[in-house]
Design a protein around this ligand. Structure first.
Ligand code: AMP
Length: 191
């Protein structure tokens, strides 16, 4: 199995690029944001717990995310690999994911970071608010989500760098060009 993590701030293009990568390399795309939005829509217990955090631009507690991930990994034993999109976002999640995969004799092979400057991120998120009407794409929530990324998620870069798994790709340009750069990095590991 070939497992990779798409890493970067909100608005970096993780979702768009993860979907393309998953399709091209026949991998299973796992977006924890999508899973949580679906739980909120269904008004499940997990969705009810998660909603307040999401609406405020805060991270949903690790315990909820770890449970979701455990279920997803168990339900997809026979896939070629996973593209994790928006997970892990904390050190606890990263360590849990490593342990979860290790128990199945699996591992994360590659972490692709999309690097995008702050002004561009804000512009994209504001545009997405208009196009998709996501409830957490309001200006004050956008600011909080970027802060949350810098304070709680960005420090994970050290963890991945220490593991020798981190590759950073410039995330500004056409979607096709960025995909090509990402595909090239993946093909070094997964021809
Ligand atoms: P996303 O679509 O990835 O930007 O996620 C939307 C929201 O879902 C985030 O702002 C968080 O509130 C929540 N969320 C998604 N993934 C995670 C995660 N791995 N850990 C904690 N919260 C998450």
């Amino acid at each position: 199995m070939f497992n990779l993590v798409m890493f970067g701030p909100p608005g970096a293009g993780k979702g768009t690029q993860s979907l393309r990568i998953a399709q091209r390399f026949q991998l299973k795309h796992i977006s924890t944001g999508d899973i949580l939005r679906e739980e909120v829509r269904r008004e499940s217990l997990c969705g009810k717990l998660a909603r307040d955090y999401m609406d405020k631009g805060m991270l949903v507690p690790d315990e909820i995310l770890v449970n979701i991930l455990r279920q997803v990994v168990e339900e997809n034993r026979y896939v070629n690999g996973f593209v994790f999109d928006g997970f892990p976002r904390t050190l606890v999640q990263a360590e849990e994911l490593d342990q979860m995969l290790e128990r199945e004799k699996l591992m994360i092979k590659l972490v692709l970071e999309l690097e995008v400057n702050e002004d561009e991120l804000v512009n994209r998120l504001v545009k997405r608010a208009t196009d998709q009407g996501r409830s957490d794409d309001k200006p004050e929530v956008i600011r909080r989500r970027l802060e949350t990324y810098h304070n709680q998620t960005e420090p994970l870069l050290h963890y991945f760098r220490n593991q020798g798994k981190l590759v950073t790709v410039h995330g500004v340009g056409t979607i096709d060009h960025i995909s090509d750069m990402l595909y090239r990095e993946i093909e070094k590991f997964h021809p």
